[in-house]
Design a protein around this ligand. Sequence first.
Ligand code: ZN
Length: 440
Amino acid sequence: MSGVCHNTIIVVGVAIAIMTEDLAKTKPAKAKHIILTSHQTQGATKVVPIQWGVTDPQQRGPVIGSLRSLKYRNVIGTHAGSYGVYRALAVASGVLDPTHKADLTNTSPVVALGPHPSWSDAGKIVSLDPWGAMVGDVFTNYDSEEYDILPTIAITKAHINIPELKDEVASGRLQVDGEILKPDGSLLVTKAAIDPVWYLPGIAKRLQVDEWELRRVLFQQTGNMFPELVTRPDLHVFLPPIGGTTVYIIGDAAAITDPDRPLAVRVHDECNGSDVFGSDICTCRPYLVHGIEVCVQTAQEGGAGMIVYCRKEGRALGEVTKFLVYNARKRQEGGDRADAYFLRTECVAGVQDMRFQELMPDVLHWLGVTRIDRLVSMSNMKYNAITHAGIEVVERIPIPPEMIPADAQVEIEAKKASGYYSENGVLNEDQLSEVKGRDY
Ligand SMILES: [Zn+2]
């Protein structure tokens, strides 16, 4: 047989008996039989269709991706993004019972976010489930044991403690108010973790590609990981095995949608080397800190601030590619130079950037954002995506020059010359070739 649609075997019965005898005494039960889901007829008659963008969540239907609910699953893929693979390791190694049911007692959101009118616009949100945090409230009519509907969004509160904020308080750039920013420098936040939930027709439309072409390429480029992409036209929702997004809200969340109160936003794409470890080759952590600073100030003015943190390491090229590019930049003839900054990335990765900011505004729509008073970003791609999504941007805030590490001048000048927002002009080609970084 050839092609992608030949895996239609169902083997049950005997294998279960073997599993029970061999493993039940020592390890949690592991199902050895394989039920491939590449055809609609296999026990899928009870699937609840998802009508993406419908206002009433009951009519919209729940996202059912749990492997405990095989016959009810109405999506491709499963929960937890890339961590689904670790779950597989835990099951394979016998430490996790695959039939374990999550006890969701007391896990519901501590702050209500939404619903907003944007939740019922199939074009505005295509890469997350707007009802993902509220499944325990809106789908109570589904028998929990049978359907195992899991949240794809979790909302909690935290105190965060960032050393630079203490410096900013000491220098007078930030003021302690005792409620948002405490005297010990800790900052009160509401935070939301969001797993990706992709409505494929909407993703295709957003990227201006044919849906079936998108599904075919997703299938092929994941090493044929999800046959249903090409065999199950009845399934329109995909839980991709990728990282998600975290939103940190500073100040009163109600201010986000209040037209009379200001809102500051920084959309920040993950950079582990700088964000966590303080690597000075880029501006990521300093700009993130500046974003938090502006968010605190805006919250203290009676508004709110938001950091949207997206797991898109190294422009979504990954950290291995990123470090390869660092080497290529520093070892090239003439050393690390602003005029060759993007070229080196493109040589290694084939593209300069794979973040697809077109999907990023979904999280802003999920939060009901219609206007951003202070967008703490210089990225033209982020700005264009946000404004094309119908969200007004009043002011763009660049990183203060004094916060840019010396070795990061290469990056920032290259970005400004490529179209990033700048308040003080950009360098020409000759000047860019003079902006050089360290030799490691
Ligand atoms: Zn960085």
